[in-house]
Design a protein around this ligand. Structure first.
Ligand code: FES
Ligand code: FES
Length: 224
């Protein structure tokens, strides 16, 4: 019985090993000598050729806040570093740099993402939106105004990421409940503990409308 099982396991392993090899043959560029004599390898599906980039800089085009940006980057550069260090778009912050805190949140095709955990080259061909798009200097997205109204920041370091997460959340859930807000923003951390203010800011911004812009409270006073 034991031998039978062992033999069947061996047979399975042998089949699996063959499948893995076939997969590698299909996906990698290897010498013809290695492929010779195996008809299964010849029958493997054709995989489109993937251009090999790096390790040096390669041309990269990023569409950010509606504008095309042509730069040269090593393929290992994250979207966050491309924004901050190569394009001087510094709203997204680097804190944990490992996809935990959300301070680097931007939107890609309308979805909130940790820009520290996305390679810039992967973001090509997608619409990238940063917090800079939510204000023209005089007018502000309702989420920003609601943050001011609800004291949703202390040191403010987490704030750009939170604002982007809130805007992305409200775009998909224009009339959320408090529970939905808490769940929707659970990917962002605030060391100062301003969660209560952030939650109320989202609820207030939901009442203000969807994606319009407005002057924050006191903006006129501060200008004069
Ligand atoms: S800096 Fe990207 S998640 Fe913390
Ligand atoms: S306001 Fe300080 S980390 Fe959030």
């Amino acid at each position: 019985m034991k031998d039978k099982k062992g033999a069947s396991r061996k047979s399975r392993e042998s089949k699996n090993a063959l499948s893995r090899r076939d997969f590698l043959r299909a996906g990698a560029t290897v010498s013809g000598g290695l492929l010779a004599g195996n008809s299964r390898a010849i029958a493997a599906p054709t995989v489109p050729e993937t251009p090999v980039l790096g390790p040096g800089e390669a041309p990269v085009t990023l569409r950010i806040n509606g504008s095309e940006n042509n730069i040269h980057l090593e393929p290992r550069v994250t979207l966050l570093d491309a924004l901050r260090n190569h394009l001087d778009i510094t709203g997204a912050k680097r804190v944990c740099d490992r996809g935990t805190c959300g301070a680097c949140t931007v939107m890609i095709d309308g979805n909130p993402v940790y820009s520290c955990s996305v390679l810039a080259i992967e973001a090509q061909g997608h619409e990238i939106t940063t917090i800079e798009s939510l204000s023209d200097g005089n007018h502000f997205d309702p989420v920003i105004s609601a943050f001011v109204n609800n004291d949703a920041q202390q040191c403010g370091f987490c704030t750009p990421g939170f604002v982007m997460a809130c805007r992305a959340f409200l775009n998909k859930h224009p009339h959320p409940t408090l529970d939905q807000v808490k769940k929707g923003l659970s990917g962002n951390l605030c060391r100062c503990g301003t969660y209560h203010g952030v939650e109320h800011a989202v609820l207030e911004a939901a009442g203000m409308g969807h994606a319009g812009v407005m002057a924050p409270p006191g903006a006129q006073d501060r200008k004069s």
